[in-house]
Design a protein around this ligand. Structure first.
Ligand SMILES: [Zn+2]
Length: 342
């Protein structure tokens, strides 16, 4: 089997890798129908996060179960499944509380940019679709694996509900799907912060009512002007930088909610500023597994079309170009299709 391996900054190779095997009785091996490049993959790709040794890459996946371990009860060969980037047992106290990404037995799922993938804790991690999906639903089901689930968590953690004014900081795939999620949750006004025309268009398609192009303090000023000087009820921080985080906190009204789902890089909070901001902060690695059944249902019944965030589709052997296109912001998100026959 061949798959993507990151060697170092801007060095992704498509090369021979070991065929994934059942290693524990709770594992499954799936044949990947589609995978993609994540915004978080770009941090190590850009050299902003060290890559100590060549690492198989990719953590977003959907596909068909080929084989299951002897202890797997719920997942069956032949099923089309979607899973999250952290494998979880879905039975421990943290899972039961809806925080599967803090599962006591969690395991990172890596190496999904390949033809096949080993998924640990298959029964707790994978959710089967009602049947084999039609081809046009595959991108949306793949989106549920991470970006949609993360955008959904961002909206949920920011307490988005009917009538609320929502600000989304970040116009990457997660931010755009945060807009879609806020729309689904009934927000009245959704302000997307973006200065990129194609992304603004998609934000509007997903339900944004307003676009703000200013950033940093200027952006905060615009949000205050648009909300009677008060700030927004809910702010979704979907980037992970210091500027985005401060922009989010300062855009929320006293008593408002700020969620943060971008993997933080160098973000430092000032205790006094957080104290006087009077905002409720909640974020972290999205517990995508909590939302998967609902998201699959919305996709299956064509209520949402999150697959639109993929504006570039490549065969998996062109994975390096997929990274480049996202790094250079030529693509919002790259979908990769394995070519190898089953
Ligand atoms: Zn658990």
């Amino acid at each position: 089997m061949r798959g993507a391996v990151l060697y170092g900054p801007r060095d992704v190779r498509f090369e021979q890798r070991d065929e994934p095997k059942i290693m524990k009785p709770t594992d499954a091996v799936i044949r990947i129908a589609a995978t993609c490049v994540c915004g978080s993959d770009l941090w190590p790709y850009r050299g902003l996060q060290p890559v100590p040794a060549p690492a198989p890459f990719g953590h977003e996946y959907c596909g068909v179960v080929e084989e299951v371990g002897s202890a797997v009860r719920l997942v069956k060969p032949g099923q089309f499944v979607v899973g999250s980037f952290f494998a979880s047992d879905n039975t421990c106290p943290n899972c039961k509380a809806g925080y599967q990404t803090s599962c006591q037995n969690r395991e990172l799922v890596g190496g999904a940019q390949a033809g096949r993938l080993r998924v640990p804790l298959a029964d707790g991690t994978l959710v089967a679709t009602p049947g084999m999906p039609p081809e046009d639903l595959v991108p949306s089901l793949l989106a549920a694996s991470d970006v949609l689930g993360t955008g959904w968590f961002a909206a949920d953690a920011a307490n988005v509900s009917p009538g609320k004014t929502v600000v989304v900081v970040g116009d990457g795939a997660v931010g755009l799907l945060g807009v879609l999620s806020a729309r689904q949750m009934g927000a009245e006004r959704i302000i997307a912060m973006s200065r990129h025309e194609r992304r603004q268009t998609l934000a509007r398609e997903f339900g944004a009512s307003d676009i703000v192009t200013e950033r940093g303090d200027e952006g905060v000023k615009r949000i205050k002007e648009m909300t009677g000087g008060i700030g927004a009820d809910s702010v979704l921080e979907c980037v992970g930088t210091q500027e985005a985080m401060m922009q989010a906190i300062r855009s929320a009204r006293p008593g408002g909610y700020v969620s943060y789902v971008g993997v933080p890089h160098g973000v430092k909070l000032d205790g006094a500023e957080v104290f006087f901001a009077h905002v409720r902060l909640h974020g972290g690695p999205a517990p995508v597994r909590r939302y998967l059944p609902h998201l699959i249902d919305l996709i299956w019944n064509r209520k949402i079309n999150p697959g639109k965030v993929f504006d570039l589709t490549l065969p998996l052997d062109q994975v390096a170009e997929g990274y480049r296109a996202m790094d250079e912001r030529r693509a919002i998100k790259t979908l990769l299709r394995p070519q190898e026959a089953a």
